[in-house]
Design a protein around this ligand. Sequence first.
Ligand code: 8ID
Ligand code: ZN
Ligand code: ZN
Length: 356
Amino acid sequence: MSAKAASDVPKEQWAQVVEQKGGPVVYKKIPVAEPGPDEVLINIKYSGVCHTDLHAMNGDWPLPVKLPLVGGHEGAGVVVARGSLVKDIEIGDYAGIKWLNGSCMSCVYCRQSAESVCPSPALSGYTVDGSFQQYAIGKAAHVARIPKDCDLAAVAPILCAGLTVYKALKESNAKPGMHVAIVGAGGGLGSFALQYAKAMGLHTIAIDGGEDKKQVCLELGATTFVDFATSKNIVADVKKASGDGLGPDAVILLAVSEKPFQQASEYVRSKGTIVCVGLPGNAFIKAPVFDTVVREIVIKGSYVGNRQDTAEAIDFFRRGLIKAPYKVVPLSTLQDVYDLMIKGQISGRYIVDTAN
Ligand code: 8ID
Ligand code: ZN
Ligand code: ZN
């Protein structure tokens, strides 16, 4: 079968480009790429802005980043072209660019559907260009399949924030009725974590700072809120919020600061699980060996999710169970979103509209 394309794909498009480490992003016209044999070209309509995009621009992590770079990995849109090997996606279908743009599909991890730990992945908005442009390329095997009845703006943040926290909650082994502490609960990933946890029948202890975040967290269904900025004793406050006072059964660490990664072992319940998800630069996890052993604490990492997790996370959304706050702004204002993110002033997710 030969390649297929819609008749109206332009040669040039608007994009936000990181030209040097530290930014700022530059709004400019760049060429539209052509999909390879196993790829699709998606006309991105909306793309969520994840804190990872800011880490990528600032070079926060010990992983080389492509330059110049088009960031973005929560891109939802319409398929406009496909390569000759692609048979299971049609022109006009809804699809999404997620963090894992592609993986080798043949290593031991890919064979077991643990593709997020594939040693040779393609990462959207990091090692390959992502979704802060009007037309983005994705490997057909990995692009998210989005049902036609989904709102493309609202579904965009599910492609990273929703997927990541849904997977992390599964990794936490928390069962319905248990208590989960969500650290960084008022941010992008956090607000989705509160919604997924609620849908999964869990009590949530939301931890973040400030009145705005408190209000958002309680509206999203948090059982209690603990303010890390004003609490005199976070460990005592979190334990108290866990019902019987023994501490939460699980802790999902989403904050972009090191401190909570050092504190979680103090308040997690014995036999509880700490799931590390947030990626503050140059940070370390700390836990006393004695307590970890005699209280049988589990500490683990969780990194996005596989294709099945993606389908399940989208299905929760499609059923109307996930309604986290978001604000749509023009793609041309992406740098303003980063400036707010740096100040910690974003509750929920900002989404850029690529039409302007
Ligand atoms: O697969 C993964 N592991 C994955 C996927 C996607 C994103 C990891 N991430 C990482 C990002 O790279 C980033 O490091 O998760 C982190 C959170 O991303 P985000 O939710 O997009 O960031 P945000 O919207 O800025 O939210 C961060 C929240 O943390 C709070 C802030 O107030 C904000 O609401 N926070 C901070 I900073 N310090 C805190 C503290 N000590 C805190 N909340 C509680 N206690
Ligand atoms: Zn992300
Ligand atoms: Zn692989």
